[in-house]
Ligand binder design. Structure first.
Ligand SMILES: *Cc1c(COP(=O)(O)O)cnc(C)c1O
Length: 366
């Protein structure tokens, strides 16, 4: 019997979530962010499901765009642009659109004679202070690209908000104000500002093109609002099974370091998933898994291939060898596990390991 640990990608949830994007950002173009292999869900599942509903796909780099070619003919926007000059030839031939965020990349574009026109996104740093040109410099970059024969008016501009997940943070207004200072009077360029958090909280920042990521996967971008409250449906179900069940006497210790000790006669289930699969090793006591309608606590240390759960308080008939275990998913939001691991849902879904992702299956809950 094959190891049962897998992810299930709920394509109906994905479609529901893209409709949410459309209702928040009516009439706007959508670049669906599928970097990091579709936020861990696998682009082979995610991209075909979204293809008819979006305008373009957003990836980190050209290597990711290449993989997408198998699944879509839509434009790919490379959020960090090119890392090497020679990539420009291939990406132009593939119709990809690079972001330009630093002078070296600008020089590469200006110096590389391209036979096809390419569309270029100028990244404006309005306060995130990670990538991009400040507003006055962006103005000169735009002028230089407009004069470049293989770019000309094929330009768009974007910025990224550092604190959109805290809608009341004053940095948001500051960044929006700075972005609006760009003088675009000599060209009508598309503008893009919003990630998921901004799409959900700043209607005034929708601009022309939105860039939803995490909300497509049904995970809340906010620490204080659940996905359910935002009417988003979890796309990734992280699933395994019970692979062994034991009964231990009081005093028995379970797992590495013997950190958990049975205080009573205890029925312990072993689940076939561990940190080698992408389940976080450090979790708060009593972090649950979901089994057959019930929330069952994880006990002892999470190991590489397995974790242990305390089944003592649950009906033996309900939970047996081979019973399905949801590590996160429709009944147990990844945000709950992220909190227990002192991280964010983004990190957990992206960390699903290749041996699990290789077994991704598409499901339809309808
Ligand atoms: C990843 C990314 C997004 C999407 O962010 P979410 O918070 O996942 O919605 C938007 N814009 C850029 C530039 C990104 O890299």
């Amino acid at each position: 019997m094959a190891r049962p640990t897998r992810i299930e990608v709920d394509v109906d949830a994905l479609r529901h979530n893209i409709e949410r994007v459309k209702s928040c950002a009516p009439g706007r173009k959508i670049i669906a962010m599928v970097k990091a292999n579709g936020y861990g869900c696998g682009v082979s599942a995610v991209v075909p499901a979204l293809d008819a509903h979006v305008d373009a796909f957003g990836v980190a780099c050209f290597e990711e765009a290449r993989v997408l070619r198998k699944f879509t003919s839509r434009t790919c926007v490379l959020m960090q642009g090119v890392f090497q000059q020679h990539e420009l030839f291939d990406l132009a031939a593939a119709g990809c659109e690079p972001v330009v965020h630093q002078p070296e990349q600008l020089d590469w574009i200006l110096e590389t004679p391209l036979s096809q026109a390419i569309r270029v996104w100028v990244k404006v740093d309005t306060g995130m202070h990670r990538l991009g040109f400040d507003v006055p410099t962006a103005q000169t970059v735009i002028a230089a690209l407009k004069a470049c024969p293989w770019v000309q008016d094929n330009l768009a501009i974007m910025t990224h908000l550092a604190s959109a997940d805290e809608p009341c943070h004053p940095q948001n207004e500051t960044q929006l104000a700075l972005f609006s200072q760009l003088d675009l009077s000599d060209g009508v360029f598309e503008r893009s500002i919003s990630n998921s958090a901004a799409i959900l909280s700043f209607p005034e920042a929708l601009a022309d093109v939105v860039r939803p990521g995490i909300m497509l996967y049904g995970v809340s971008p906010f620490s204080d609002q659940t996905a359910a409250l935002l009417d988003l449906k979890p796309v990734m179900q992280f699933i395994s099974e019970i692979m062994a069940i034991h009964t231990y006497a009081p005093g028995a210790r379970v797992g590495y370091g013997g950190t958990w000790e049975a205080k009573r006669i205890s029925r312990i289930g072993v689940v076939a998933a561990g940190y080698g699969d992408g389940y976080p090793r450090h979790i708060a006591p009593d972090t649950p898994v979901y089994i057959n309608g019930q929330y069952v606590p994880v006990v002892g240390r999470v190991s590489m291939d397995m974790l242990t759960v305390d089944l003592t308080d649950f009906e033996a008939a309900d939970i047996q060898l081979g019973t399905r275990v949801e590590l996160w998913g429709a009944h147990l939001p990844v945000e709950r596990i992220a909190r227990a691991a002192e991280t964010i849902g983004y990190e957990l879904i992206c960390q699903i390991s290749p041996r699990v992702r290789a077994k991704a299956v598409m499901i339809s809950m309808l």
